[in-house]
Design a protein around this ligand. Sequence first.
Ligand code: ATP
Length: 279
Amino acid sequence: MTAAVTVRGLRKEYPGHVAVDGLDLDIHRGEVFALLGPNGAGKTTTVEILEGHRDRTAGDALVLGEDPRKAGRAWRAKLGIVLQTANDAAELTVAETVRHFARYYGDARDPDEVIEKVGLTAKAKSRVKTLSGGQRRRVDVALGIIGRPELLFLDEPTTGFDPEARRQFWGLISGLAAEGTTILLTTHYLDEAEALADRVAVIARGRIVAEGTPQNLGGREKAEAVVSWVEAGVPHSEHTNFPTKLINQLSAGGRELAELTVTRPSLEDIYLDLIGERA
Ligand SMILES: Nc1ncnc2c1ncn2[C@@H]1O[C@H](COP(=O)(O)OP(=O)(O)OP(=O)(O)O)[C@@H](O)[C@H]1O
C-alpha cells in the first residue's frame, strides 16, 4: 500500500510554546485515520501543516508524495478540507454555494448529488445564513468533497450535529472511504472514531502516545474482562481473562447470578488512560 501521508520528527513551536513535539505519522492510501487527543494536544496544528496552511519549525512531511510547504495548485486540488471553523454564512443559497465551488475543479462531482449526499436536498434553495449550525457544517462537508478529493481532511466534522445527522454523516464517510478516498479525521467523539476509523492515533502534548486499530489501541484486545454480579444484595466484581469459565464456576448447580454483566474496557476507557485523565 502506498503512503498518503508520511511525517517524521514534525515540530511546531509558537513563541514560548511547543505545540507539536517530534511527531511521526504514516497514513496509507485508502484508509480512514483518526487523530484523537485532548484540547490543545496539537491536532489542528498538525493537520494545518499537512494541508499546507501552516509552516513547520522542523521535521519532514510528505502528503500525496509532495512537501506541503512547496506543493502547488495541482496538489491542492487533490485535497478536500473541512476546517473546524465553519464558512461564514453567505447570502447565497446552499445550491448556489455548492455550484460556485464546483467551478474551481476540473472534475467536480455533480452539485445536486453532493447536496443529497450530505442530506441537504430539502434545504438546497435556502440561504446558508438561515441554516442551523449542524446544517451549515454539512455545507462545509459538501464543499470539502465537491472536488473528488484523493485525501479528505475532516477537523471535528460532526460538532453540533444531532444524533441522526451524525449517523447519516458516518454513512457518507463510509461511502467515500469505500470509493477509495483517504480520510484524516480529528474528533473528540470516541464512538465516531470506533465507527469510522481503520486506525487511530492518540496525540497528547504534541506527541503520538499510542497508535493502533480501535480494537487493539493501547492493548485493548488483551485487557481483562470484568465480571460483575450481585449476591445477597452485595455487588461483586472480578477481573479475568476467562469470563466464561468464571461464570460457569459461579453458577454451578444452576445458581442464578443477579445483575450479571461482562465488560471489557471501552475505547474511551483506553483513551482516558492513555492521556492520563481517568478519575
Ligand atoms: N497561532 C498560535 N499561536 C500560539 N499558540 C498557538 C497557536 N495555535 C495554536 N496554539 C497552541 O498550540 C497548542 C496546540 O493547539 P492545537 O489547536 O493544535 O490543538 P488541538 O489538539 O487541535 O486542540 P482542540 O482539540 O482544542 O482543537 C495549544 O496549546 C494552542 O494554544
